[in-house]
Design a protein around this ligand. Structure first.
Ligand code: IMP
Length: 203
């Protein structure tokens, strides 16, 4: 398969229905690949994410799509890792405040994280995104990291998840204050997608 042919684009499934993620990825590799979402392939399953690592979850999701639908595909998983909390919330970032909650409650997650860090001097943290790709019979993973610190309180209205309390290295504002334009150039996800892009260009 020639992945550089723009006339006859190969299909790659991105195992998500998150419109923001799809837009970001299509802007980068959409000229060479037709990026299909889970909806696009008729997958409405609750895909298991039961691994205890980000890489494990990303691989689990990508393998699920490959096994059940047969497409080459990639999946991502992201976590916020805090040094003073032995890596928490980590792989549990989405459900930190409530393990049984399928709806992601960002307010509750941030509140708990601020509480757990309230007596810690070390507020260093990083976001990590792992992308797992299954392509032409091989499996690959790509990591993107952004270092920073957790602020003492929330600042800003933009973004999602932990953005109002994460101050990336080199800045004095949170992701929520910095806005998507800056965030998308330095974020964990942008860095992982850049590596995926680099790899696919080398095909
Ligand atoms: P996911 O793997 O992309 O669904 O991310 C898991 C969880 O990590 C999300 O529910 C958010 O709480 C958090 N998260 C992921 N990416 C970001 C981000 O860019 N900013 C803030 N929080 C994020």
């Amino acid at each position: 398969m020639d992945c550089n042919s723009s006339e006859n684009k190969a299909t790659l499934v991105f195992a998500t229905n998150n419109a923001h993620k799809l837009e970001e990825v299509r802007a980068i590799i959409g000229d060479r690949f037709e990026i299909k979402s889970l909806d696009d392939i008729g997958c409405h399953d609750d895909i298991p994410e039961t691994a205890d690592t980000l890489q494990g979850n990303a691989l689990q999701k990508a393998r699920y799509i490959k096994d059940k639908f047969g497409y080459d595909c990639f999946a991502d998983d992201t976590g916020l890792i805090c040094s003073a909390l032995n890596g928490e919330p980590g792989v549990r970032s989405a459900r930190y405040a409530n393990d049984n909650n399928h709806e992601h409650d960002s307010e509750a997650n941030m509140k708990l994280l601020l509480k757990n860090l309230s007596d810690k001097n070390d507020r260093s943290a990083y976001f990590m995104t792992v992308i797992a790709l299954i392509y032409q019979g091989q499996t690959y993973t790509f990591n993107g990291v952004v270092n920073g610190v957790i602020s003492h309180e929330k600042h800003g209205d933009g973004g999602f998840g932990y953005d109002p309390i994460f101050v990336p290295e080199g800045y004095d504002k949170t992701f929520a204050e910095l806005g998507n334009e800056i965030k998308n150039t330095i974020s964990h996800r942008a860095r992982a997608v850049a590596k995926l892009d680099e790899f696919l260009k080398s095909c």
